[in-house]
Structures are given as structure tokens and as C-alpha cells.
Design a protein around this ligand. Structure first.
Ligand code: NDP
Ligand code: VHF
Length: 422
């Protein structure tokens, strides 16, 4: 008989219970799911002091471990953030239920009707950063889309996630839905991640949200299908036909609006024909916001006091107040640079030229490609999905911001009335 480690046995138990819960959830009616979502919001608000107490424990440990200020901020659950989490759950309750939706129903010459019905995926395993609000967002989206979920948040958020999960599960119980529809791993041991990603047959999809170390492990070890939500080395390309005012606004917003998110711009490309006019004001606007620029030799001719950008810089997602800069001699060179160094997340062109905009949209192979807009728009809420589980940098089964629909699949349905094939 195959031997399992204690962690593997623990994760298998969770996955088996999730599988059983998923079968019930698949049939759950919208009213029960919404009742649970509203209950989750209610309990999070009601027990906000308890949740913040657990969060303070995490914050103390994280501070002692020397976590940086941006990460501490992401970990913090203030009263307004808990209110926002609750509001997010209420918004998910208000979204239409995608499960059971029938589309494309058509008569065939044989007389049968053929169409597609939207279904939950089943059991989702999610591994994500130390941002405890994601626990509620992800659980809410999975529930509404009829999926059971096993959540593994960052270890720094361990106590916060346990406290939130307790409230989420209490709401499931009140709505008479299976508690095992939402389970949070109760160990920070990374071996549990290794076990989750090999639970083929019990977990249907793994959604990893994270950076390099997570990518490497998933790529080497996962046997369960994966929808990667990975790092964003996002670019803004200021074309030779760019409008200066738009360029400054877009570059500043894409870099500065939130430094630590995956859709933040990490690299600025500027066409050489306009670099002399546009780089100095763009650089000044970025520096005013405390951003350090690291440039190529051409950039340094215009802005000699900058640090030199190395090859490594162009591959780097800083998640902080630094941006790499490169002067390029054509639209093709900009797109080649993005193809080589980018992570396929989100890229923007600033241009007034229709043909360049069209080529950029068509030829850049990233999950979101934008014309004259900030990469920070790559977000489920901004795209009208209501909420998001994250941004898929994979091409299968869903790409870009993933909302309720991305957490479902479609099966074929056939309606006959005694029809047989000739
Ligand atoms: N595309 C998207 O939707 C999103 C992408 N991101 C990306 O995430 C990154 C920032 O988040 P960050 O917190 O640094 O991410 P990390 O990759 O460090 O951590 C994310 C999660 O993965 C776990 N993990 C990391 N490495 C391993 C490993 N080798 N084995 C097992 N588990 C592992 C972490 O656990 P542990 O706590 O043990 O470290 C944590 O739960 C950025 O690159 C950002 O772009 C962030 C949000 C959304
Ligand atoms: N869509 C989000 C970014 C994705 C996200 O949640 O990233 P992160 O803040 O790194 O966990 C936003 O635009 O704020």
C-alpha cells in the first residue's frame, strides 16, 4: 500500500471532504448560496474585533520577522478593510448565478436540440499571498460559482485566515450548506502545498497566486491542472505618435497608483523619436512620486543621473518604487522587448496612431493589451466581472481577470423526444 506522510493524509482528508461538499454545492439553489454570502458578510462585521485580534497576532509575528512595510500593509485588516470585505461578499451575492445557465440551444437537422449548460468546476485548491481579504473574496466567488474550495493563504496571514474561515463556515452552516465547501488549511507547512498540487482526482483545479518560488514548485510538481495567476512584469510603451499629456498620466498611474500589485507597470519603453521631448517630463513626474528610474544607455544620455538598467532589471517585477526604462527605435522593437522580458500579464501602448494601436493589440501576446489606458485597469471589478479571484497569466482555461464565469465550465446538453441517430 502507498505510504502517505501525515501532511499528505491531512490534505487528502480535506480534499475528500471537499469533493463530497462539491456534489451538494453543485445542486445548491441560488437563494441558499446568497443567504450564505450575506451571512458571511454579517458575521465578518459582527466579529470584526475577534478577527482583528487574530490579525494583530499575525502582524506582531510579521514585524518580528522583518516583513517590509508594503507587505505589512497588505496583511493588515483594519475596520474599513473588514467592512470592504463584507461589502465584497454582498456584491457577489448580488451577481447573477452562472450555474445552470443554458446557452446556444439550437435545433439540429436530426430534430434534437443541442446547447451548453454552465457548471461548477468542482473542487478548487487555491494558494495565495498573505492578504487575508483574499480568503473572503475567493471563498465567496467559489461558493457562488458552486465550487468547493481549499484555501492556502500565505503563512504570515495564518491566524487571520483561520479567524475569517470560522465566520465563513458559520454562515454556510446557517444556510444549511456543507461546511466543507470552504476549508482553510490549518498548517503553514509548505509540504501541504506539495500535497495539494498532487491531489489529482480529488482536486480539479489549482489556482496559484504568487511569485517565482511558487511558480517553480508548481511547474515541477503539480499533477492537478493549474490556472496560474502569476507575476506581472507589465510594460507601458510610449509610441512615437503618443500624446505627452496622456503619456505622463498613464505612466504615472500605471506605476504609482498601487506599487505592490501584479498589474503595476515595471518597465517603460519610449520611442527614440520622442524620447527627448517625453522622457524628461515623464521622469520628473515619476520622481516627484518617489520612483527611482533605471535606464538604458540612450535613456542615460537624456537623464545622466539615472542608474543603469541591467539585463536583470528588465526581467524584474519590483513590486516597489523602481521602474526600468528603455529607448526603442520602433514599434517592432518595443513588441520584441515585451515578448522577451514580459510575463504575459498586461501591457499598454500610448499612441494617437490607429495602425500602431491596432498592431499592438493584435501582436502583443499578454492577458490584457491596452491602448491609451493604464495597466492598473487589469482587474475583474474594473472589467465589469463584479469581483475577481485573480488575474490568470495562463492561456487555458481562462485568461486575464477571473470572475464567476472563469470558475465554471460548460457541458453539452441534448434535448430529444425519443430521437435516435440514423
Ligand atoms: N496574477 C495575479 O492575480 C496575482 C499575482 N500576484 C503575484 O504574487 C507575487 C507577490 O506575492 P508574494 O506574497 O510575494 O508571493 P509568494 O509567491 O511569495 O507567496 C504566495 C503563496 O505561495 C506560497 N509559496 C511560495 N513559494 C512556495 C513554495 N516553494 N512552496 C510552497 N508554497 C509556496 C506562499 O506560502 P508561504 O507563506 O509559505 O511563503 C504563499 O501562500 C507577485 O509576483 C505578484 O505579481 C499577486 C496577486 C495576484
Ligand atoms: N486586480 C487587483 C490586482 C490583483 C491583486 O489582487 O494583486 P495583489 O494586490 O498583488 O494581491 C487590483 O487591480 O488591485
Amino acid at each position: 500500500m502507498e505510504k502517505h506522510t501525515p501532511v499528505e493524509t491531512q490534505v487528502r482528508g480535506l480534499a475528500e471532504r471537499a469533493r463530497a461538499a462539491a456534489r451538494v454545492l453543485q445542486q445548491a439553489d441560488t437563494r441558499a448560496k446568497n443567504e450564505a454570502l450575506l451571512g458571511m458578510a454579517e458575521f465578518i462585521v459582527r466579529d470584526s474585533e475577534e478577527i482583528q485580534k487574530a490579525n494583530r497576532k499575525d502582524l506582531r509575528n510579521a514585524e518580528a520577522a522583518g516583513l517590509d512595510a508594503a507587505s505589512l500593509d497588505r496583511l493588515t485588516l483594519s475596520e474599513p478593510r473588514l467592512q470592504a470585505m463584507a461589502e465584497g461578499l454582498r456584491e457577489i451575492a448580488a451577481l447573477p448565478d452562472p450555474v445552470g445557465e443554458i446557452a446556444d440551444l439550437k435545433f439540429r437537422p436530426s430534430g434534437i436540440q443541442v446547447g451548453k449548460m454552465r457548471m461548477p468546476i468542482g473542487v478548487i485548491g487555491m494558494i495565495y499571498e498573505s492578504r487575508p481579504n483574499v480568503t473572503a473574496d475567493a471563498a465567496g466567488l467559489c461558493l457562488k460559482s458552486g465550487n468547493a474550495v481549499i484555501l492556502r493563504g500565505g503563512s504570515e496571514a495564518f491566524h487571520s485566515n483561520q479567524a475569517i474561515a470560522e465566520r465563513l463556515r458559520a454562515a454556510l452552516g446557517r444556510a444549511r450548506l456543507p461546511l466543507d465547501a470552504i476549508q482553510v488549511l490549518d498548517t503553514p507547512d509548505r509540504a501541504a502545498v506539495g500535497a495539494m498540487i498532487r491531489m489529482r482526482g480529488l482536486i480539479d483545479i489549482i489556482i496559484p497566486r504568487g511569485g517565482k518560488s511558487l511558480i517553480e514548485r508548481i511547474s515541477a510538481e503539480a499533477t492537478v491542472p493549474v490556472i496560474k495567476h502569476l507575476h506581472g512584469n507589465c510594460h507601458v510603451y510610449v509610441d512615437e505618435f503618443a500624446n505627452l499629456d496622456k503619456a505622463v498620466r498613464i505612466v504615472v498611474n500605471a506605476k504609482v497608483q498601487r506599487l505592490g500589485t501584479c498589474n503595476t507597470a515595471e518597465s517603460l519603453l519610449v520611442h527614440q523619436a520622442v524620447a527627448g521631448d517625453m522622457l524628461p517630463p515623464i521622469a520628473a513626474a515619476l520622481r516627484e512620486k518617489g520612483i527611482e528610474l533605471r535606464g538604458c544607455p540612450e535613456t542615460l544620455k537624456l537623464l545622466p543621473d539615472l542608474a543603469v538598467a541591467t539585463e536583470e532589471d528588465y526581467y524584474t517585477e519590483y513590486l516597489g518604487p523602481i521602474i526600468s526604462v528603455k529607448v526603442v527605435d520602433s514599434l517592432d522593437a518595443a513588441m520584441d522587448h515585451i515578448a522577451q522580458y514580459g510575463s504575459g500579464h498586461s501591457e499598454a501602448i500610448v499612441t494617437e496612431d490607429y495602425s500602431h494601436a491596432r498592431r499592438f493589440l493584435r501582436e502583443v501576446d499578454s492577458s490584457s493589451v491596452m491602448v491609451n489606458a493604464s495597466t492598473r485597469f487589469a482587474d475583474g471589478f474594473e472589467y465589469g466581472l463584479g469581483a475577481e479571484i485573480g488575474i490568470s497569466t495562463d492561456k487555458l482555461h481562462v485568461r486575464g481577470p477571473v470572475g464567476l464565469e472563469g470558475l465554471t465550465t460548460q457541458k453539452w446538453i441534448v434535448l430529444g423526444d425519443g430521437h435516435v441517430r440514423q
